[in-house]
Design a binder for this molecule. Structure first.
Ligand code: DGT
Ligand code: MG
Ligand code: MG
Ligand code: MG
Ligand code: MG
Length: 240
């Protein structure tokens, strides 16, 4: 059918098919969550309720999108790995990205009252999103290692920083000064000697982030930097 005289505008919509045979990673991140976490009085440095709500939203994405084989979350972000041969929405980039980000966001808002029964949402939160393609298992493993290393570095810093402020009586400016140029072992030492906290005994959730694997959507707070995680789950990177 020829359609109306207006239908030609459709030809301005360009195809955005993602390269076949590549791993698709969707990463979403809370928009301006510095402010959002302040306005909703998130506990510092880690708010267990907020992290669990992120996990729940990620779980709903995995329930809806069966081709998501792995997800990793920390802070206000989540990454989703789609299996290499996925034909989801004919691999149309905008469709995949926008539906996943909006389902995550609506699930976050829908379930907010269960996790923050005493805190009304002051305004509607939003998440940005991007898709990155990776050609081989190596880059996929390095991608997730990069995110988990980031979790570790940030959590280490934030843990010592807030201990200095909340227990040590330093101003935020002084705490930044104290930590300037320190390496990981010095932060460990400072936390232990000044505050009696052994970093390694803090919850895995905070130190390692959240790892969802497709096996009945299991939630782990485990190491994904080493090879063991990947070799125990060949289906994540191989076609089966
Ligand atoms: P963006 O992503 O460029 O729109 O800006 P932000 O402000 O979202 O910055 P980002 O994503 O780099 O950092 C995440 C912010 O969210 C950071 O300021 C700390 C805050 N946040 C995330 N999780 C927690 C939490 O569990 N407790 C607290 N107090 N803050 C959190
Ligand atoms: Mg961001
Ligand atoms: Mg953010
Ligand atoms: Mg972030
Ligand atoms: Mg439609």
């Amino acid at each position: 059918m020829a359609g109306s005289r207006y239908a030609y505008v459709r030809t301005f919509e360009l195809p955005d098919t993602l390269l076949p045979g590549t791993f698709i990673v969707v990463r979403l991140d809370g928009h301006a969550f510095h402010r959002f976490s302040d306005e909703h009085a998130f506990a510092k440095p880690n708010d267990e309720r907020a992290l669990q709500l992120m996990d729940l939203a990620a779980r709903s994405v995995m329930q809806e999108y069966r081709d998501v084989v792995l997800a990793f979350g920390e802070s206000d972000e989540f990454s989703f790995l789609l299996r290499r041969s996925t034909a989801l929405y004919n691999r149309r980039e905008a469709k995949i990205l926008t539906t996943i980000v909006s389902l995550f966001t609506s699930s976050y808002v829908l379930n907010w009252p269960d996790y923050f029964p005493e805190t009304r949402l002051k305004y509607a939160p939003s998440f940005d999103g991007r898709i990155v393609l990776y050609p081989s298992a190596k880059e996929v493993k390095d991608y997730f290692a990069w995110r988990q290393a980031d979790t570790h570095i940030n959590n280490m810093y934030n843990t010592v920083f807030w201990a200095l402020v909340q227990q040590g009586g330093q101003s935020t400016k002084e705490a930044h000064e104290t930590l300037r140029g320190t390496v990981s072992s010095q932060k460990h030492e400072l936390l232990f000697s000044k505050f009696g906290v052994n970093y390694n005994t803090l919850p895995d959730r905070f130190r390692k982030g959240s790892v969802f694997v497709r096996e009945e959507i299991v939630l782990l707070h485990c190491d994904i930097i080493g090879d063991a995680f990947w070799s125990e789950r060949p289906y994540v990177l191989e076609e089966i």
